[in-house]
Design a protein around this ligand. Sequence first.
Ligand code: AOF
Ligand code: ZN
Length: 351
Amino acid sequence: MSTHYHSQDAQDRYFMMLAIEQAKHGLYTTRPNPAVGCVIVHAGEVVGQGFHPKAGEPHAEVFALKEADARAVGATAYVTLEPCSHTGRTPPCALALINAGVKRVVIASLDPNPQVAGRGVRLLEQAGIEVKVGGLTAQAEALNRGFLKAMRTQMPYVRLKIATSLDGRTAMASGESKWITSTAARDDVQKLRAQSGVIITGSETVIADDPQLNVRSNQLAVSPEQVPAPMVVVLDRRQRLDYDPHANYQLCRRPETLYWRNDDLPSLLKTLVSEHQCYDVLIEAGASVAGSFLSQQLVDELVVYQAPCLLGAKARAMVEFNPLSLAQQLRFDIYQHEQIGVDLKLTLLPL
Ligand code: AOF
Ligand code: ZN
């Protein structure tokens, strides 16, 4: 009995892993929708796979069921997110699974979207389908941090990216900063951008670096044209910039650039969710913007690309933040560490 239980569990994990792999195909293209994957298994064999490619297009389940066809009868469906129960841009996936004759559904995480929120599970159960929720939940949720946080709290998931030297410096005193980290690390940043609905920067960064802040890498598994362009917000409290098609700065030539002129950062974040459906925020700015977000505890994830070089004590520090004592330090958990080319990438979660 217990052997049977364990093998069922191991099987569920294995097929859910495949469903998560499916979901990853949509990671850069589904915004504002979540990335979702689905695998249909009949008698131990995968008979259908699918993922949600893009908002407005069919959901993961639809593609997987289509491939499975008649083999969906009596099958188990593995879905990384609770099948939807609402008629949105597409009909409810819970009904599609029921109508296809699926016998069992394994779900890695529940959908906090108020239009779904448990109703998908209830529909399936009412139709006599065995539903299991859980298993690889953390891995599945990691694909949709912004969507899940925004649906639960109306606030976006905020990533702060900083490229530094070994001694935590981001530029020389003169401002010279191109380049501290290698091309491999800078290509990796393209993945962060491609996952984000919005990039926030500061007027200082615009004036100093004239960045484009667009997605342009061909390192992504999808072509950059398929990635919806992240919106750009420039924090410009001192009104140093404006939209002017003839302006010298690349971002200022784009009419869609948003200038945020008061310094209420929580209200900016709230607005990004409620008015722009931006659930994943990436901050690419200088030390003072980084310091503001960090000291107001608005950062969910700090991503540091650290180059193995020393720039010296006169170079600029990565965060403008002046704790008065050790007790006021900001501390993090190391969530991930990896080497990217010659640099180190640290993903840190504030404690
Ligand atoms: C699923 N399977 O593959 C996805 C789901 O506007 P719509 O119709 O595309 O609906 C979007 C909502 O559906 C989205 O906010 C989320 O709650 C759910 N996403 N659900 O059953 C999927 N992508
Ligand atoms: Zn659906």
